[in-house]
Design a protein around this ligand. Sequence first.
Ligand code: S3P
Length: 169
Amino acid sequence: MNPSPNLFLVGPTGAGKTSIGQRLAAHYGLPFVDLDVEIEARCGMPIADLFAREGEAVFRAHECAHLDEFSRREGLVLATGAGAVLDAGNREVLASRGTVLMLAVDVDEQLERLRDDTARPLLAGPDRLARLRALAEHRTQLYEDVADLIFHGRHESVDDAVPRAIALL
Ligand code: S3P
């Protein structure tokens, strides 16, 4: 893979953007940035608190600003949040400042991986499967539109997924 200028990971919650992204960064000897972690550090609170206190629109504004800022650096592996592709400006930034790798995963696998998760405000409440399906219906095309490459996750460990992702790159 030629990492110039950046490798961006997009895709739904639970697809492995952080876990696989960290391992790809280590493999290529590049810094890894998780956009949500950067937003939490800058705002001094977990994403769930930011949503609760300031609302989703404020979170999205931080997401746009952070993506713009970090994507100007070169040679990064950067994991976006699952909703970053909702914004047309973000999609333009992703498409123009690096290679975009979509991590795809089916909703049953997502549900299983997120069984114990309480950190995602958009998945809070009953009938998580229906929420995941609704998000997928709205967002899958957006991920595909911006992606240069699509990695299809399976029911497998990160150890098994990473070599397959490297082979794709
Ligand atoms: C979001 C997904 C989260 C995080 C925030 C909003 C979304 O990232 O950015 O809770 O819009 O679906 P993950 O991709 O880690 O779930």
